[in-house]
Design a protein around this ligand. Structure first.
Ligand code: FHN
Length: 419
């Protein structure tokens, strides 16, 4: 008996409202503190690497602390690495002994995580790496066909476990679906992993679930990584990014180049302006605690969202131009001008075709004067000389209808003050 799957729009509704989520990369690799690719980057033999499982007992692991920090940051969902490329499972699996419940930790970290998410009112996402470096069949699928098949069987069995044993799961976040094209007649990921079979099974077990585009099949979500690039209207997308530089999603002991809060907020606003989401990553320490450099940035973003969240959650695309000082999001007839570079007492948006009724500054609640020139310039004045908020400031503008930009038939007319 097949279960009816709700429509795409239906399933995507909460995701569009959410806009901001926490990504967590946690596993054995945290012990080395050199990122989640340490096993491969340093070619650590599998049996030597596996010994880490008997050291991995994160005494400060508290999924509620993670979930509460995410909620405090203004995030609406989380995605945890249930298993990364090194093959170590944070969940209980009947098809593997290389798991947290069966080694030193003796805890089902995924079980604790999903409970903590729900308790904090967050949606639950599970990251799962299709590839497993422990299988020679991943690197040499032609030469080690049995190992390759065993790896694909493990993938099918473990996704079924994750979709069956932990209650409602809202996002299935695949990764590591890359395959050695050309070897052993391998043409594409979906065929190699028999992805359609698994995804259909996952949907039957979790009819409302959102599945990303990393099993070789487009499914529901595009996932630009370390950049914020919108997909076409109507297509769900989510940019994932590290807080530190892009060398590590897992814990990197000496992680230079941590992004500033204004940089992180600009990425969030850029995603929201394209009707996309921002999945910001934390790489907890080996003891399970989220490092302070990441926590302070998240708390600061949460404070900003407390005041400006209406301009982000459930945001729509806005065709108005922000020029050098910022960019716009929208909610029906209301435009939100996110200003990252404070212009002083007057902010100008060009080529505005729609009548503006009133405006106010969200960070102070102060009224903003509105004036519109015939060539489409919208002049927002009476602003404080200095930026009221150091990170970013939002001017909320109510328009007579959904704000539109003037289509410049003759792109030189502005020189004569016309549009
Ligand atoms: O190899 C992984 C990497 O470790 C990390 O998980 C990122 C997160 O999206 N994805 C892969 C690189 O594209």
């Amino acid at each position: 008996m097949t279960v009816e799957i709700p429509t795409y729009e239906e399933r995507m509704k909460w995701f569009h409202k959410a806009r901001f989520g926490m990504f967590i990369h946690f596993g054995l690799y945290a012990l080395h503190g050199r990122g989640e690719w340490v096993m491969f980057n340093e070619r650590i033999p599998a049996d030597e690497y596996a010994k880490l499982a008997w050291q991995f007992a994160p005494r400060k692991f508290d999924a509620s602390a993670w979930a509460n920090l995410a909620a405090e940051a203004g995030m609406k969902y989380m995605v945890l690495t249930s298993r990364h490329h090194d093959g170590f499972c944070l969940f209980d699996s009947k098809v593997s002994d290389f798991t947290a419940p069966k080694t030193a930790a003796k805890r089902d970290l995924v079980g604790e995580y999903v409970k903590a998410c729900r308790k904090a009112g967050l949606k639950v996402g599970l990251y799962y790496s299709l590839l497993d470096w422990r299988f020679p069949g991943y690197f040499e699928p032609g030469r080690y066909a049995e190992s390759r098949e065993a790896m694909v069987r493990q993938f099918h069995a473990q996704v079924r476990e994750l979709m069956t044993n932990y209650g409602r799961i809202d996002i299935l976040w695949y990764d590591g679906g890359w395959v050695a094209h050309g070897q052993a007649g391998i043409t594409d990921q979906a065929t190699f992993w028999r992805s359609k079979e698994v995804n259909d099974m996952a949907r039957q077990l979790q009819p409302h679930i959102l599945i990303n585009n990393r099993s070789g099949i487009e499914e529901d979500l595009d996932t630009p990584e370390q950049h914020v690039t919108a997909s076409k209207p109507g297509r769900g997308w989510e940019s994932c990014m590290t807080i530190g530089d892009s060398c590590g999603w897992g814990y990197v002991r000496n992680s230079p180049n941590m992004k500033t809060v204004p940089q992180l907020l600009q990425h969030l606003v850029t995603a929201a302006a394209g009707e996309g989401n921002y999945l910001l990553n934390c790489g907890p320490q080996p003891d399970g605690a989220i490092r302070k450099e990441e926590a302070v940035r998240l708390r600061a973003m949460g404070k900003w969202l407390k005041v400006n969240g209406e301009a982000i959650y459930g945001s729509q695309r806005c065709e108005l131009h922000g020029g050098m000082i910022g960019r716009w999001t929208r909610k029906d007839n209301v435009g939100y001008f996110h200003i990252f570079r404070w212009p002083g007492q007057e902010a100008v948006a060009p080529l505005v075709a729609t009548k503006a009724l009133w405006a106010k500054l969200l960070s102070t609640g102060g009224k903003v004067k509105v004036r519109q020139e015939c060539n489409g310039r919208l002049i927002l004045s009476g602003l404080p000389a200095k930026a009221p908020h150091p990170y970013a400031n939002v001017i909320k503008v109510r328009f007579a209808e959904a704000p539109k930009s003037i289509k410049e038939e003759d792109k030189s007319l502005w020189l004569k003050g016309q549009a």
